[in-house]
Design a binder for this molecule. Sequence first.
Ligand code: ARG
Length: 261
Amino acid sequence: MMRLILISILSISLFASCTKRTEEEPSKATEAQKSQNAELVVGTDAAYAPFESETSDKSIVGFDIEILKAIGEKSGLKLRFVNTPWEGLFNQLESGDRDILISAITINDERKKVMDFSEPYFEAVQLIVVPLSSKISKFSELKGKKIGVQTGTTGDEVASGLLGKTSDDIKRFEGTPLALQELSARGVDAVIADNGVINNFMANNKSDFKTISDPTFKKEFYGIAVKKGNTELIKKINEGLAAIKADGTYDSIFKKYFGDK
Ligand code: ARG
């Protein structure tokens, strides 16, 4: 009698634990599915052609956009790109308003403290642009001249290195196109920004401007950023990046924007 009771108690609890597990499993799966299919919001300062820019019908296009879309396709990420001003862009990860940033962002130690980066996806270097008639022929000759930069970029850093961070001769703009506009209006003597963007500007302005490179400018590498500690997402991005590099997708996008360089 005693044994029978014991057996029935045991089998009841076994049954209970089994049904409990089968109850939990489907809900867990839907949670995982949910996070898999959730739309990720991508922040980009879309005033940085050819990496990211806005068309007249407000769609966001460019090298960065195509690269991340291709990565998303490989890794099953649903992405929505949102034009987001450079100033405050990094904070948007922390606040959760953006899940991913792609914005020609140079990976550096200071930024690594507040966000996590993918493997590098592009190599860049700073480039100086001056009016064709300018007497300036090298970086050091910008001392005492007005330099236009986009606030908080590596171009700003380079200019600050030469003139001092608090110099009145550094004219800081919200966007690189504004700095270039100021150069066209001769409000500044030079602009310093990423080579890809300056070269893109030069494509339409060759008759009025010239570029100056400097051997002391360090190589820079762009990374895709996520909130610090979001290792799951950065892993998916890195896997996708490796996949598009392996199957030629990266190269064909690169070629489309930069030719055979
Ligand atoms: N590579 C430079 C930096 O990280 C400039 C990036 C500016 N990007 C942009 N979309 N405005 O500081």
